[in-house]
Design a protein around this ligand. Structure first.
Ligand code: NAG
Ligand code: NAG
Ligand code: NAG
Ligand code: NAG
Length: 454
């Protein structure tokens, strides 16, 4: 009798204990965004801002902006047109890149499907299409007026399509380029952390040259990532028709809610100076309307090198020769020569206009030693992966796919697909940007061995 009651008591205690343990677990292992309350919300507007306003209040200081309900059939035809039937009929044969696994894992490979193969199975699979908008589809994608003058239009990088049946989860990461992300269908929730909290975010488990955190976004272990408990964060919920400006270097985690989810984002290299007179000219006939992406040219990747180089002068209004020589990485004589080359008006100062006027390829040819690369040492080895002119390299890296280990890919086979290939891992869309700058510099180095005489 006594034994039974003490057993009961014991049982009772362990149940209570279990409950405590469960409580403690659910408390510390919550998804990112439920791990601790948000600090607040961000600025919201109902329209695409004027380029000057956009630059001075958002891009320059690095302030995110939620543009609510801004997409229409007129200013972004894909918003109205891109249902599954239309995509299949018009672009079904396009080859697109697809990631295996909606929960992002940067060691995973990605695959090439035709768009119609993807459409056949995306609702029943764990696949996430992340693909640069090909020219054929770019007629439906428009660039907002906010990015059409002032220098933005010369710094456009890829525009990328993100397509799934929802429930995707990115790692917590930052990008080396500014970004406007527009949601055409579904809902997305963002966790954003200001770049100024770098110490808190990067102190534990951060892959520096990959620019992402190894935190499990579904179960945040605050004991292993104590910085995340202290880092103030913002919550942004997007619904279809919204666009979000995500400043470069801001940490973010993106979570798509269940259901069809389709977004297109525009990447542009960070501008350190805004060309007012260019916008005055462009705006003279009235506010800029969204225009087809096809009317604009993607910037040379060398503009990324310029952007990284100019970050060295971020807070200066003009740069003296002494200041210049402090930051360039080449011998003094070479630095002096470069300074003179850039100082077009010969006033012994470099103005921002001059820093954006020189042709990057001229400078890279003659003075590439003087341009330091700012990214951490790179383990990145997919040379050519981001290079438009070098598609052959990419193709050489395709391998045959081991379909046996992979139910989702098997589904494609079952639905009549036969072009599955696997590429080496490279997330060019986000983590590759800074590394790419370094690869470009390395390439220039190896091409030009005739170091300039001093
Ligand atoms: C990511 O994938 C790799 C290789 O498939 C695996 O070893 C690793 O455990 C995965 N990481 C996470 C966080 O799931
Ligand atoms: C975003 O949505 C979640 C529910 O999914 C809600 O708890 C939260 O309050 C929303 N946040 C904002 C800023 O609207
Ligand atoms: C996939 O599911 C969505 C609803 O989330 C639906 O609108 C769409 O037509 C479906 N597509 C296919 C090809 O089944
Ligand atoms: C600034 O804009 C003006 C007017 O469009 C243009 O002539 C000039 O070349 C631009 N400057 C730079 C550095 O791009």
């Amino acid at each position: 009798m006594e034994m039974i009651s003490s057993l009961k008591l014991c049982l009772h205690f362990s149940i209570v204990n279990l409950a405590f343990v469960a409580l403690a677990l659910s408390d510390s292992l919550r998804p990112l965004g439920r791990h601790t309350p948000p600090t607040g919300t961000l600025r919201v507007t109902g329209e695409f801002p004027d380029p000057l306003v956009f630059y001075h209040f958002f891009v320059k200081p690095g302030e995110p902006l939620l543009m609510k309900n801004v997409l229409t059939a007129e200013n972004f035809p894909a918003y109205a047109k891109w249902n599954d039937e239309y995509l299949r009929e018009k672009y079904g044969q396009e080859e697109v890149q697809v990631e295996q696994g909606k929960k992002e894992n940067r060691s995973e490979k990605y695959y090439e499907f035709t768009l119609s193969q993807f459409l056949n199975i995306y609702n029943k699979s764990n696949l996430y299409m992340v693909h640069d908008i090909p020219k054929q589809m770019a007629g439906d994608v428009y660039l907002p007026g906010s990015l059409q003058c002032g220098g933005f239009e010369k710094n456009l990088d890829f525009s990328v399509m993100w397509f799934s049946s929802g429930e995707t989860k990115s790692v917590l990461h930052y990008d080396g380029a500014d970004n406007i992300n527009c949601l055409l269908d579904g809902k997305k929730e963002f966790v954003l952390i200001d770049k100024k909290h770098r110490d808190l975010v990067e102190r534990d488990g951060f892959v520096k040259d990959g620019t992402f955190s190894t935190v499990d976004v579904e179960k945040v272990d605050l004991d292993k990532f104590p910085g995340l408990k202290k880092a103030p964060w913002y919550e942004v919920n997007m619904t279809k028709g919204d666009c979000l400006f995500i400043p470069f270097k801001w940490y973010h985690h993106v979570h798509s809610l269940p259901g069809r989810n389709l977004a297109v984002n525009h990447w542009f290299f960070h501008l350190w100076w805004f060309n007012n007179s260019d916008c005055e000219r462009a705006n003279s006939a009235g506010p800029l309307e969204s225009r087809p992406l096809l009317e604009f040219t993607k910037a040379s990747e060398l503009e990324l090198v310029r952007s990284q180089f100019l970050s060295l002068f971020e807070d200066k209004s003009s740069i003296s020769a002494v200041e210049f020589l402090e930051v360039v990485s080449c011998p003094r004589a070479s630095g002096v020569k470069m300074f003179k080359f850039l100082d077009i008006d010969n006033d012994h100062k470099l103005e921002w206009e001059e820093l954006y006027r020189f042709k990057m390829d001229d400078v890279m040819e003659t003075f590439h030693d003087c341009i330091p690369t700012l990214s951490p040492p790179s383990t990145y080895d997919n040379k050519g992966q981001f290079d438009d002119t070098n598609d052959d390299n990419v193709n050489n890296e395709k391998e045959d796919l081991d379909v046996n280990n992979n139910a989702n890919i098997q589904d494609v086979k079952d639905s009549g697909g036969d072009t599955n290939v696997v590429l080496e891992t490279a997330d060019k869309y986000s983590m590759g940007v800074e590394k790419y700058a370094q690869a470009v510099v390395k390439k220039a180095d190896s091409q030009d061995d005739s170091h300039d005489e001093l």
